[in-house]
Write a protein that binds this ligand. Structure first.
Ligand SMILES: Cc1cc2nc3c(=O)[nH]c(=O)nc-3n(C[C@H](O)[C@H](O)[C@H](O)COP(=O)(O)OP(=O)(O)OC[C@H]3O[C@@H](n4cnc5c(N)ncnc54)[C@H](O)[C@@H]3O)c2cc1C
Length: 735
């Protein structure tokens, strides 16, 4: 598939180059002043979809940015600065590129030529004609079990239809529906590939964009012609008179909204993504202690857990490095909070499997519950029950409680609005169409789900970015907004939530078969092979035996950079080729992130070298001919590595195992009313923080997120209920 795509692209490039030749070669393109000043974007396939945004004046390239987020971090992404420098020097795509990152280099060159081609064109509405017909194209999206396939139909140079004929995106959740409901209609309406991806569904949006671009090339057109500008609104709209404003309508935001509405407050909700629910829509469910609803459902009306035992265990775990008065709420109000939302907002937790026991404390055998799935409890994705319908339903009920209640999706909060005395009086936001919305209210609740999506904050507070499974819309905006008005943070270095490991870069296309992918995954996940960290030290997993984390797959969150290397010598590989994988590999499968393939223990893996070489291409495998070469590739101290390898200087294959994080835990410092605190402990009276934006106060610095199962989701219910009530009361008292 990939080779065919490259072929199509090469043909179109030749076409473009010919066009350029018509107007002189690439290197001289700049000098004839044919650029129409502006910024132009074009995409091309590298390992993932590479997008080039080039800014030109009438003569020169003045700026260039490369979106290499789909490329191999240690290869393609690492080549960014050098590629930018080379292009700015050459002022064209005629560059040497970066060795070891050839796929990315080629894609950047292709996309740059297309973007410069756009810039050379006087902006005419005239695009190169496309032949009528329907063309089928496929491209990798978010899912790791297969690509998105689209049938794109053209009639009289108009895209008349984009039909998704195959997709694996809903295998992991309900985000893809925003692409079907919003992204595709916007391409058809604007006839432009410059439509922004739908927030929360970037990978899936880019997959559809890549399909349409390929279809244009197949129909004889030039996809770069279709990156026509879409006028952005510069309007500024004011929305006034709300009691409570909720920033972020994931779990904790929606529950805060409902709780405030139930208090009779007028509430306005702000959600950046194209749908409601955030990461909370991906969960199984919350820890809940002795809810009346669950006691009746699963325990004959009787208590099913000793809350004091949970409280004392929690206090012991955080060892004085948290706010006990808030942990008290998290423990003793988890049941009543859930009952409140079940009674008043129709939440339901009769998910398959009933109540689940704690991950580690076996005696807590009824500890967390599972949302009832959509379609009469039948609609599941690999991560859990499809439950966006429950969040939509609750918001519908809450809206009905006050005529003024309202919310907007695709509205991103940027900053808090303050009055002359620095008091918080509202939130300034950007709508997907460019409009600025300033929303004014008496109280503000911050519920933006932590900072997993911010590389800078991950580096600053946790020393490294991490592969993500959770939505990266949650980029710390809420925490930063509150810090800007004096809010303090607490325990920002609680280790990120990681329950899943897999190879560093998921191979989403068919460069490997599903069975070959299963072998590569097993090579990464086996615990029966010498492994080293990014520091070259032996990694045997953090020995958690006898600790409260025992048995929970959180070890990798203790690994520097949340990854490690599983090492194979030439002999190991030969053994696998001739005798197959050992019994210990049978268990080396990935919960949630399997790719559907299998392998048989003890059966020779004849194509193991092919698997390793594709793994190398995607940055999942490093082949090194010596310890020093391996140390260089890993970026660790050779002496440390040599010691870990017992000085055995030979050829090594290092398979990179990475943790995939759900989200961060550290956040704003709050009191038991969910009020945001300043560094001096004083309260910002009308500012509140919930969910992942404030869960640091119930955890401990530098430790794993509380490991018993379901605390984060439970915290959305407890913090949401309290913040909604308190924010409504502050508003009522302010009037
Ligand atoms: C795959 C997966 C499975 C999980 N399973 C469980 C589980 O079973 N149990 C459990 O306890 N925890 C689980 N978690 C952890 C889960 O993240 C938390 O439990 C909980 O959902 C966090 O809720 P929240 O409200 O803080 O964040 P979210 O639910 O993510 O809500 C944050 C919202 O803020 C929005 N937002 C972000 N920035 C802005 C902005 N600038 N402007 C406007 N809106 C913004 C986001 O789009 C999002 O809708 C899981 C997480 C993942 C990813």
């Amino acid at each position: 598939m990939k080779n065919f795509k490259m072929l199509v692209l090469l043909i179109s490039i030749l076409g473009v180059l010919a066009a350029c030749a018509g107007s002189g070669d690439l290197s001289s393109a700049a000098s004839d002043g044919t650029y129409v000043p502006g910024t132009y974007s074009a995409a091309s396939d590298g390992i993932g979809t590479v997008t080039v945004n080039v800014t030109v004046d009438s003569e020169r390239i003045t700026d260039i940015t490369l979106d290499l987020s789909g490329e191999t971090e240690s290869l393609g992404q690492a080549a960014r600065d050098s590629l930018v420098d080379q292009i700015m020097t050459a002022q064209s795509a005629e560059i040497d590129g970066v060795s070891g990152a050839s796929a990315t280099t080629d894609a950047v060159k292709v996309a740059l030529v297309k973007a410069l081609e756009q810039a050379k064109r006087v902006k005419t509405s005239k695009k190169i004609d496309v032949a009528d017909g329907t063309y089928t194209a496929a491209a990798p999206g978010f899912s790791w079990t297969g690509e998105v396939t689209c049938d794109v139909t053209f009639k009289d140079n108009v895209i008349t239809d984009i039909a998704v004929t195959e997709e694996h995106e809903t295998y992991t959740g309900e985000w893809f529906y925003t692409v079907l409901d919003k992204y595709i209609p916007r391409i058809l309406e604007t006839q432009s590939l410059s439509v922004d991806s739908v927030t929360g569904a970037t990978f899936s949006s880019n997959a559809v964009k890549a399909c349409v671009a390929d279809a244009i090339e197949m129909a004889g057109g030039v996809s770069s012609d279709w990156y026509t500008d879409i006028e952005k609104s510069s309007a500024v709209k004011e929305i006034k008179g709300y009691d409570v404003i909720v920033v972020g309508l994931g779990g904790s935001g929606i529950l805060s909204y409902c709780s405030a509405a139930a208090e009779g407050a007028s509430v306005f909700g702000i959600e950046a993504a194209g749908k409601l629910g955030g990461n909370s829509a991906c969960t199984y469910g919350p820890m809940v202690l002795n809810s009346v609803y669950l006691k009746d459902l699963y325990n004959g009306g009787k208590d099913y857990i000793n809350e004091d035992d949970v409280y004392n265990t929690w206090i012991e775990y955080v060892d004085g490095d948290a706010r006990p008065e808030v942990i008290k709420k998290a423990v003793y109000e988890s049941g009543s909070a859930l009952d409140f939302f079940v009674d008043k907002f129709d939440f339901a937790f009769e998910g398959v499997g009933g109540m689940l026991g704690s991950f580690v404390k076996r005696e807590w055998n009824k500890f967390w519950c599972v949302y009832t799935a959509d379609n009469n409890n039948t609609s599941w994705n690999v991560l859990g029950p499809n439950k966006t319908y429950q969040f939509d339903r609750a918001m519908g009920i809450a809206k009905g409680l006050n005529d003024k209640n309202d919310f907007m999706v695709e509205l991103t909060a940027d900053e808090l609005i303050t009055d002359a005395d620095g008091n918080v009086i509202g939130v300034s936001c950007s709508y997907y169409d460019g409009t600025t919305y300033n929303i004014y209210g008496e109280s503000v609740i911050i519920a933006t789900g932590g900072f997993l999506g911010s590389d800078d904050m991950m580096e600053e507070y946790l020393g490294s970015t991490v592969n993500t499974l959770g939505v990266t819309v949650n980029d710390g905006a809420g925490i930063r907004m509150a810090q800007a008005v004096g809010g303090a943070v607490m325990n920002m270095d609680v280790l990120p939530m990681i329950h899943i490991s897999q190879v560093k870069h998921m191979i989403k296309n068919d460069d490997l078969t599903a069975d070959q992918k299963a072998v590569l995954t097993a090579l990464a996940l086996t615990t029966d092979q010498l492994s080293v960290t990014t520091e070259g030290k032996i990694w045997g997993g953090e020995d958690l035996s006898g600790t409260e984390d025992e048995g929970l797959n959180v070890e990798i969150c203790f690994a520097p950079g949340y990854q490690y290397y599983v090492l194979y010598t030439e002999d190991d590989i030969e053994a696998i080729a001739s005798a197959g994988l050992r019994e210990s590999f049978a268990k080396a499968t990935s919960m949630f992130m399997g790719q559907g393939g299998t392998f048989e223990v003890g059966v020779p893996v004849a194509d193991i070298y092919d698997i390793l070489s594709v793994g190398e291409e995607y940055g999942n495998v490093i082949k090194a001919d010596s310890i020093s070469e391996l140390a260089y590739a890993i970026g660790c101290d050779e002496k440390v590595l040599e010691k870990s390898l017992g000085g055995k200087d030979t050829v090594y294959y290092a398979v990179i195992t990475a943790g995939y994080s759900y989200g961060t835990v550290g956040g704003l410092d709050i009191n038991e009313n969910m009020n945001v605190l300043r560094a001096d402990g004083t309260v910002i009276k009308n500012l509140f923080a919930v969910g992942q934006d404030s869960e640091g106060v119930t955890n401990a610095s530098g430790k794993a997120y509380t490991p018993w199962g379901g605390q984060a989701q439970s915290w959305t219910f407890v913090s949401g209920k309290i913040a909604g009530e308190q924010a409504a009361r502050v508003a009522a008292n302010t009037k």
